[in-house]
Design a protein around this ligand. Structure first.
Ligand SMILES: Cc1cc2nc3c(=O)[nH]c(=O)nc-3n(C[C@H](O)[C@H](O)[C@H](O)COP(=O)(O)OP(=O)(O)OC[C@H]3O[C@@H](n4cnc5c(N)ncnc54)[C@H](O)[C@@H]3O)c2cc1C
Length: 254
């Protein structure tokens, strides 16, 4: 049907995640990021997860080796977990699960309902319908099919729901989302410096990771005159982010 023809590859990589239970973190409602390869040479994040299989206070630890380093994910995880920040955060916790997958992200299909087929959920996007969005896609797809059976235009309605409900269908939002991912390429010292600029300030949090890149960059931009004076090379790098193109920042092999 040609639905995949115009899609662009934006990411292809492997993922390794360890689940720990009984984690006594003060950041239960946060997405904690270990940015800039400053954690024994690697990056990663920590995310709180729902209770499962009789376990409580569960956190997922994800590791990100340096780009094109050839470092195995297992080695990278070992490095991350042995960093003092992690050993303190995970002290007294129990490793309960190890998970991995191949992760490939394609740009979204603009009109996933066509002829007699609906491509629902993540399969028409690059993962980020999220669990709640996936359930809604299934519900709306079933309604669309029932409507078509009644002779109504259910597929057109499904395409409208898809485009209006998911922000990744807007190329500008997709670009901003990816800006959040590339922040890590600034490196440990620069990231420490930028975060230091926010010391003593209160910044609004964000729960929408499509907006996170923009929120962080808005703060960085507000500090540009100071950055220009103190670290002009960093200021140049930040200005380069304005020329950012998703297709120039593919992570992994094509
Ligand atoms: C590493 C990672 C972390 C994530 N973290 C979160 C999170 O914290 N919160 C959140 O809300 N979302 C998260 N997501 C996103 C969320 O998992 C997805 O958005 C959601 O699972 C999409 O649901 P889906 O039903 O569209 O697709 P899937 O859950 O991928 O389901 C597709 C199913 O189809 C099956 N399948 C594929 N091909 C065939 C075939 N030919 N025949 C039969 N069956 C087939 C697959 O085995 C799979 O079971 C995460 C995703 C990843 C990859």
């Amino acid at each position: 049907m040609g639905l995949n023809n115009k899609r662009k590859l934006i990411l292809r990589t492997s993922v390794l995640e360890y689940y720990f239970a009984n984690v006594k973190t003060p950041y239960t409602d946060s997405w904690v990021q270990f940015l800039g390869n400053g954690f024994n040479g690697v990056s990663g994040y920590m995310l709180h997860k729902p209770d499962q299989d009789g376990h409580r206070d569960i956190c997922e630890i994800n590791v990100i080796p340096p780009l094109r380093s050839g470092m195995s994910l297992k080695d990278a995880m070992q490095r991350l977990l042995s960093h003092p920040v992690l050993t303190e955060l995970l002290s007294g916790s129990d490793l309960i699960k190890k998970m991995g997958c191949k992760w490939t992200c394609w740009s979204p299909i603009a009109e996933p309902a066509k002829n007699r087929v609906i491509i629902t959920g993540d399969s028409a996007s690059f993962q980020e319908v999220e669990n709640q969005g996936a359930i809604m896609c299934g519900f709306r797809a079933a309604k669309a099919v029932a409507a078509e059976e009644r002779g109504e235009n259910g597929f057109e309605e499904y395409n409208r729901f898809w485009q209006e409900s998911f922000e990744f269908n807007d190329p500008e939002v997709l670009k901003d989302t990816w800006k959040g991912f590339i922040l890590r390429f600034l490196g440990k010292e620069n990231i420490d410096y930028i975060i230091g600029l926010a010391d003593g300030m209160f910044l609004d949090g964000y729960i929408n990771h499509f907006k996170s890149g923009n929120t962080i960059f808005k703060f960085i931009k507000s500090q540009m005159s100071r950055i220009e004076k103190e670290l002009p090379e960093l200021a140049d790098k930040i200005r380069d982010f304005d020329k950012f193109k998703v297709e120039d920042n593919i992570i992994g092999k094509i």
